[in-house]
Write a protein that binds this ligand. Structure first.
Ligand SMILES: Nc1ncnc2c1ncn2[C@@H]1O[C@H](COP(=O)(O)OP(=O)(O)O)[C@@H](O)[C@H]1O
Ligand SMILES: [Mg+2]
Length: 268
């Protein structure tokens, strides 16, 4: 490979689901996207446009119909086996019988990291997500926002070079959500991880992303890509003109693609 190393390469991917009644759902059509190492890319688009499907293909949870996906130059199967990425989806998916700390340490435990190193890492992550005092609590003792933070800490435990996040903040109230966005920015800066992030929130996508990928449904396609080049992703950005311009650009494209009508500034 030459130039910037690629975290995820999605090349001409189609996904057709066969339904039990013998019908077909063409979920993705000719989707191509490269995500560079360390890059933050959001997927946004109307419900049913194939965002989750695309994430599941990258994570090797479903087979693709045609095209190719590689993760750090490997097949998706190899990348899954090598656990090259952390996953955080909308449901926190914590194990209810394990403590917060034990949930965060799970991937480390699976990979045979010894108890002392596991504890050091979970201490770090508990501090990062602000849940030091909850290490010995169990998931059912936590709020939704706290559970999501634990799930994200677990996804980060092995300092993956790639995070796959499908509406991870969808269930959170606005304040917790902005707090989690700030934490995610800090985590990415700390680890240099690339992120593919699915969200319904235009401001969230714009705040977090180097590029926002706009998709349209039936079949799901990429219609536009909006690059965002902010100096810093901090609280000031949320009040910045450049931020509002980004939001407007994405909203215009999204509504254009929803109606199948004219599109805005950055056709691909
Ligand atoms: N396992 C499946 N079998 C059949 N159709 C599916 C399956 N999973 C998703 N679909 C269909 O594929 C399309 C894209 O779904 P999805 O990726 O979940 O959309 P999004 O996450 O953007 O809301 C939808 O029309 C959905 O009904
Ligand atoms: Mg989805």
């Amino acid at each position: 490979m030459t130039g910037t190393p690629v975290a995820v390469r999605i090349d001409g991917v189609d996904k057709v689901f066969r339904t039990r009644k013998g019908g077909e759902v063409h979920a993705l059509s000719d989707v191509s996207l490269d995500v560079a190492a360390g890059e933050f890319v959001s997927l946004i688009g109307p419900s049913g446009c194939g965002k989750s499907t695309l994430m599941r293909l990258v994570a090797d949870l479903d087979p693709l119909t045609s095209g190719e996906i590689t993760v750090f130059g490997k097949s998706v199967e190899q990348a899954r086996k090598d656990q090259d990425y952390g996953i955080a989806f909308q449901q926190a998916g914590l194990l209810p019988w394990r403590s917060v700390r034990a949930n965060i340490e799970l991937p480390l435990e699976i990979h045979g990291v010894d108890a002392r190193d596991r504890r050091d890492r979970s201490d770090e992550l508990l501090a990062l997500i602000g849940l030091e005092d909850f290490a010995d609590h169990h998931p059912d003792q936590l709020s939704g926002g706290m559970k999501q933070r634990v799930a994200i800490a677990r996804a980060m435990a092995e300092r993956p070079r790639l995070l796959l996040m499908d509406e991870p903040f969808g269930a959170l109230d606005e304040m917790t959500r902005e707090h989690m966005q700030n934490e995610l920015v800090a985590l990415c800066q700390e680890t240099g991880a690339a992120v593919i992030f699915v969200t319904h929130s235009i401001p969230e996508a714009v705040f977090l992303s180097d590029r926002v990928v706009v998709m349209s449904p039936r079949p799901g396609r990429i219609t536009d890509i909006v690059p965002l080049d902010f100096k810093a992703r901090d609280e000031d950005l949320r009040e910045d003109t450049a931020f509002y311009e980004g939001v407007t650009a994405v909203r215009t494209l999204l509504h254009g693609s929803e109606q199948g009508g004219p599109r805005g500034v950055e056709n691909r």
